[in-house]
Design a protein around this ligand. Structure first.
Ligand SMILES: CC(C)(COP(=O)(O)OP(=O)(O)OC[C@H]1O[C@@H](n2cnc3c(N)ncnc32)[C@H](O)[C@@H]1O)[C@@H](O)C(=O)NCCC(=O)NCCS
Ligand SMILES: Nc1ncnc2c1ncn2[C@@H]1O[C@H](COP(=O)(O)OP(=O)(O)OP(=O)(O)O)[C@@H](O)[C@H]1O
Length: 199
């Protein structure tokens, strides 16, 4: 029986950083953010639904979706964010499950689903165990502004669109405290995976 791990946290808490550590351990990761980009490419049905709902103003000259523009709209307006979620999430979920089941059929003993909105979207039934990558809010804000060049207001809008990472940590089977160095986080990951008999 394969162990399916749900990896989550809040925006810029360090999920992708921990996901790279799973890569180093040769444990496959299915990345919901990556899939959410695949399912909105021109020609996909979610693409057409987004254009219908948000208008051609959110398209670039090459007809692909301008993610920066769409992000500015949906993170400033909860109703519009919900509209986008209703279009994109079912397609992401379907593709994620397809990849998960293919990896399990291929004999993988452990598969990770990296899902930023695992708790918000009530998807914990898709996984056996959950890991939350935690950082304190001050560090999270700093790293988010630095990584994406957002103003404080833009960064706070994005953080406020999710359940606070402290609350997520209380719901998790295991927590990685990512306030320290990346190496310290790796050591915590190794310890968790040893307890779960993955390593
Ligand atoms: C709004 C969009 C166009 C912005 O694109 P952009 O390339 O700037 O950001 P990216 O997709 O890399 O997301 C960055 C982070 O933002 C957070 N985030 C993204 N979408 C949402 C959302 N709907 N609600 C709350 N947080 C979100 C996540 O922590 C994610 O890791 C894009 O995030 C999107 O299409 N979101 C809806 C789909 C979604 O919920 N994706 C997240 C997991 S499936
Ligand atoms: N332990 C750490 N020490 C210093 N910087 C870190 C650490 N962990 C992550 N970072 C940096 O913080 C930023 C956010 O990390 P990362 O991209 O992994 O977060 P994320 O949770 O995947 O974000 P998102 O929700 O947007 O996908 C990145 O610039 C990353 O390099």
């Amino acid at each position: 029986m394969a162990l399916i791990i749900g990896l989550t946290g809040s925006i810029a808490s360090g999920k992708s950083t921990v996901s790279l550590m799973f890569d180093d351990l040769n444990i496959p990761v299915i990345d919901a953010d990556k899939i959410s980009r695949e399912v909105v490419k021109p020609g996909e049905s979610a693409y057409h639904e987004i254009v219908k709902a948000f208008g051609t103003e959110i398209l670039r000259d090459d007809q692909t979706i301008d993610r920066k523009e769409l992000g500015a709209i949906v993170f400033a307006n909860e109703t519009k964010r919900k509209t986008l979620n209703h279009i994109v999430h079912p397609a992401v979920r379907e593709r994620m499950l397809y990849y998960r089941d293919s990896l399990v059929e291929d004999g993988e003993k452990c598969v990770v689903l990296d899902i930023p909105l695992l708790f918000e979207s009530k998807l914990t039934h898709l996984v056996d165990k959950t890991i939350v990558v935690y950082v304190d809010e001050k560090t999270q804000l700093q790293r988010l502004m630095e990584r994406d060049g957002f103003s404080e207001n833009e960064a706070l809008q994005r953080m406020n669109a999710q359940i606070p990472v402290k609350e997520k940590a209380a719901l998790a089977d295991a927590v990685i405290n990512n306030n320290g160095t990346k190496y310290e986080s790796f050591q915590q990951l190794e310890k968790i995976l040893k307890i779960w008999d993955v390593l």
